[in-house]
Design a protein around this ligand. Structure first.
Ligand SMILES: Cc1cc2nc3c(=O)[nH]c(=O)nc-3n(C[C@H](O)[C@H](O)[C@H](O)COP(=O)(O)O)c2cc1C
Length: 301
């Protein structure tokens, strides 16, 4: 019944991006199905792709509850989940038994909280190896505000090290998987220029822009909760980041646009700014699952 109510596919929705065929450009962003527990069911809502994770090598509980807060007046969420997940092996096992039926699966990978930044690369390798056979693309997440020190890995030296190491391993039986980098919306233009260089130097497939923000600009709700802010207050900034990367790089690599998409108009703005595909999270919560179909309908029109 769900599938019948939400399905809507059309040749104009199809996209080929980083060598993969997407039946439509609307995806579910990371953090919703961290442990790959509901991939088939979530696909019934009409997503063209679903990104599982962030997973880490070892299971970890994440931060103490409460760790997620609704800001209904702002159509926003603040979360400080802290990469709660059952560990990469559990997710890999679930994905092995999945009926995919044209659905593209992304694997979003991170490091355990207790792994020092100097050893982070080994955590990314473990997750990469464990998921290689069961996902279609990878996302290196160094942009969550909720693992202490993680975002320092967005600096040029450590980031190049992680991405180049993964790229060197990225070939198995003549198959290689697109690797994307997920970035924070809080980077300066100088840091975004570095990101463009890093993508080109490492030869990775593209960028996901953006993760949640640590900024509280534009909120009407008064709150002292720490964590990453998502939803409507992020819409404008994430589109700015997409546009900047797209223009400065001359469209050299594909960008997945995410951040505050709550309507078909928001989705079109992200695509017009240079995103090849888009993802939803907070808009899916506030607007409900009908948002996926509404966006697709508007794109067909
Ligand atoms: C509760 C929650 C948990 C999230 N967990 C992750 C995560 O594990 N990994 C990740 O890369 N992004 C995570 N995100 C960020 C989203 O994937 C997305 O980049 C961000 O929320 C902006 O999109 P939105 O405004 O549509 O929510 C999380 C977001 C929320 C709200």
């Amino acid at each position: 019944m769900l599938r019948k109510s939400f399905e809507l596919e059309h040749p104009t929705l199809e996209r080929e991006v980083f060598g993969l065929k997407f039946k439509n450009p609307v995806g579910l962003a990371a953090g919703f199905d961290k442990n790959a527990e509901l991939v088939e069911e979530l696909a019934w809502f009409g997503f063209g792709f679903i990104e599982i994770g962030t997973v880490t090598p070892l299971p970890q509980p994440g931060n103490e509850k409460p760790r997620m807060f609704r800001l209904p007046e702002d159509a926003a969420l603040i979360n400080r989940m802290g990469f709660n997940n059952q560990g990469v092996e559990v997710a890999a096992h679930r994905l092995k038994n999945l009926k995919k039926e044209g659905l593209i699966i992304g694997g979003n990978i991170g490091k355990n909280k207790q792994t020092p930044n100097e050893e982070a690369v080994s955590d990314y390798i473990k997750c990469f190896d464990a998921l290689f056979d069961v996902v279609d693309y990878f996302v290196v997440n160094v942009s969550s505000p909720n693992t202490p020190g993680l975002r320092e890995l967005q600096e040029k030296g450590p980031l190049l090290n992680i991405l180049q190491t993964l790229q060197q391993r990225n070939r198995k039986n003549d198959i290689s998987r697109p690797i994307l980098l997920k970035i924070a919306p809080d980077l300066t233009n100088d840091q975004l220029n570095d990101i463009i260089e890093i993508v080109q130097e490492s030869g990775i497939a593209g960028v996901i822009a953006t993760n949640t923000t640590i900024s509280r600009e534009g909120l009407t709700t008064t709150t002292n909760e720490t964590g990453g802010l998502s939803g409507k207050p992020l819409t404008k900034r994430s589109t700015e980041v997409i546009r900047y990367l797209h223009e400065q790089s001359g469209g050299a690599f594909p960008i997945i646009g995410v951040g505050g998409i709550h309507s078909a108009e928001d989705a079109k703005e992200k695509l017009a700014a240079g995103a090849a595909l888009i993802q939803l999270y907070t808009g899916f919560i506030y607007e409900g699952p009908g948002l996926v179909k509404a966006i697709k309908k508007s794109l067909i029109a």
